[in-house]
Design a protein around this ligand. Structure first.
Ligand SMILES: CCCCC/C=C\C/C=C\C/C=C\C/C=C\CCCC(=O)SCCNC(=O)CCNC(=O)[C@H](O)C(C)(C)COP(=O)(O)OP(=O)(O)OC[C@H]1O[C@@H](n2cnc3c(N)ncnc32)[C@H](O)[C@@H]1OP(=O)(O)O
Length: 262
């Protein structure tokens, strides 16, 4: 039973990391391209991830929320284009190869069967949704897209804060900002270290974020110590001239057993 759940979680986790990552691993196991053709995720050295990659994809109809939609303003689109254009670049021979950045897809349901571990009823499990992707109306809450740069161990997130995220009048709620910081630093730590949980998050709010505006979250790896991954994050306006928030996070690597209450 536990083993089946672990497999189900593993499938869900592969969705967290994303289809592009999976495709990359599937390609790797078949074609074995060179480093320059297809930069590898740290997990690609783990044989179980190769196994995960070969499993049938269970969520083929899922919507990728990190693609542009009609609610995105000009800043959001411009920054998306800026990073997205660096995800795939042309070779001298006129072909294509991976660039420095990778867009991370994003779904509203990370783990189909095991969300909430073994404690929740099937009804709750079936209704569980990723918090930041749980509002259906485009632009109403969290609109964001994340890009990672493996070489520089950096992650950026372009975030447009919708009207449902109001805290102080006309400005973004501190909890919503913390949510985005946790999501981006947590995703970055996962990308670098595999499955983790947030153990500690320190946030300094320096200047309020106007509701409806687009901001940039920039995360970098501070250090890794055993199971601990330390990541820092700055939230700025889109040209980086104004610091809104800064944070540091500690992420502790976990096993599937942690999630299952073992
Ligand atoms: C399958 C999903 C996995 C999770 C995925 C995470 C990210 C996913 C990425 C993309 C997904 C898409 C979106 C993601 C959205 C949001 C991501 C947010 C993630 C979260 O929002 S997650 C929820 C909030 N999070 C919790 O609900 C954690 C509750 N907590 C625990 O579950 C345990 O507490 C745990 C597991 C953290 C550690 O427990 P443990 O028993 O495994 O390890 P232990 O306690 O021994 O600590 C080992 C070493 O860390 C040091 N240490 C521990 N805690 C510390 C602290 N606070 N300050 C300073 N040092 C600390 C110790 O001192 C020791 O250090 P040393 O080795 O040097 O002695």
């Amino acid at each position: 039973m536990i083993r089946i759940r672990a497999q189900q979680i593993a499938r869900g986790l592969s969705q967290i990391i994303g289809r592009e990552f999976l495709k990359e691993n599937i390609k790797t196991s078949i074609k074995q391209p060179t480093q320059s053709q297809s930069p590898q995720h740290p997990w690609s050295s783990v044989s179980s991830v190769r196994t995960i990659a070969m499993l049938p994809w269970p969520f083929s109809q899922s919507r990728d929320f990190s693609l542009p939609n009609s609610s995105w303003g000009s800043d959001m689109r411009r920054l998306y284009e800026h990073y997205n254009s660096q995800c795939e670049v042309e070779t001298e021979e006129g072909g294509k190869k991976w660039g420095a950045w990778r867009r991370l897809p994003s779904y509203n349901r990370s783990i189909k069967f095991a969300t909430g571990g073994v404690y929740l009823s099937k009804i709750i499990q079936s209704k569980a949704r990723l918090f930041t992707r749980s509002v259906k109306e485009p632009g109403a809450a969290f609109e964001y897209v994340m890009f990672v740069n493996k070489e520089e161990e950096k992650c950026v997130c372009v975030f447009q804060a919708g009207h449902l995220l109001e805290g102080p009048p006309g400005h973004v709620h501190g909890g919503a900002i913390a949510t985005m910081i946790d999501s981006v630093t947590g995703t970055h730590a996962t990308y670098l270290s595999g499955p983790v949980m947030t153990a500690n998050l320190n946030i300094n709010y320096r200047s309020p974020i106007p509701l409806g505006s687009t901001v940039l979250l920039t995360c970098s790896l501070d250090k890794k110590e055993g199971r601990k991954t330390f990541v820092s994050c700055q939230v700025t306006n889109t040209d980086g001239s104004k610091l809104h928030t800064e944070a540091t996070g500690l992420f502790v690597s976990i096993t599937m057993g942690n999630l299952l209450g073992g």
